[in-house]
Design a protein around this ligand. Sequence first.
Ligand code: ZN
Length: 412
Amino acid sequence: MSAFTLRGPRVLDEAGGFRGPLDIRVVNGRIDRLAADLPVDPEFPDQDYAGTYLLPGIFDVHVHAMTNSADAMELLRTPITYRVAETLAALKRTLLAGVTSIRDAGGLDAGIRDALARGLAEGPQAQVSVVALSQTGGHGDGFLAGPGWEMSNEYMTPDYPGRPAGVVDGVDEVRRAVRQNVRAGADWIKLLVTGGVMSAGDGQFDEQFSPEEIAVAVSEATRRAVPVMAHALGGPALRTAVEAGVRSIEHGLWLTEEDAALMAEKGTYLVPTLTIYRQLADAALLGALPGAVATRAKAAGDVLGEAVRIALAAGVPIALGSDFAHRNDHGHNLREIPLLHRAGLSPEQALLAATVNGARLCGVDGDVGRLVEGQRFDAVVLEQDPGDLSLFERPEGVSGVFQNGRAVKTRS
Ligand SMILES: [Zn+2]
């Protein structure tokens, strides 16, 4: 049996404020008792956490752990085994940053998820969508015009045995792709229903997949009790996806008040992924992005944060997602927290978006995501009150991380 008592931290409560000082007794990875002044008991050795602030482990519900570069030539030249090794390193950095749970939005498969769950590698608990589904010529189509090669799922992961194809057209192919992903162990189906900043083509954020294709994907996934997440920047396809019953809208930059009202009514989450658009817009202003990508990145930068204000006003639940897909970014996921605050969430709302809201979106809030008795003890330790949340801009702001009651990052 593993058992200990943390003495004296202040603990994030369900309203997003800090309560305490309290004592937390952890037994076999779960919170057994949470109260002020628990009696001293040698069976549960004390650890001094006076003066610290404790959050539940962070949920990053939009990440691409399997991708570590945006350089297409590099990705095409890299063996898949090297990619897996680099992915495991990225997952470990992500965990040490305080992210104890992720939802991967395309790339990570059930093999890595299960290896993490069984302790073969250190990383967050993962839910995976395996391959994001795109139409031909859509956001996920990496067609190489020179050699005329089909490249499904862009270059994020190469095709490999057992992994379904991600570029599909028509109701029948979409239905089959959903079934193949579920067979491959997908916890989520990811649909790309509009273009994106990094799309290969010249188009703007156009509608992708027909309403019939979106509807069949959602109904087929729903029959298998698998939820759907939709990459949608705005416009009619975002609306169609919400109406069809997707559980979350990813990005949603051009969300309208009408969209937000419908999302609130249906309980659809918004995952705004602000950090990545801030980075892309900054890179575009520095001239570091090519033609159409730069134009789209600047357009995204101009509206960044507006969707969050619209969603917040309408009562749409918001969860944290970084959309990180690069070796320089994995492990800096908590930067999204201060950006959510700057976009209009109070510090309390931003901390809840980063924790319990992600757990609710992932359907695991009965087990993890809150610091209350009975929950698994995934937690982040801060040495000071996070205040305006700017301490999350640096990974060093997090001084300790617990996963399943085990200190994976120990306070120095
Ligand atoms: Zn993404």
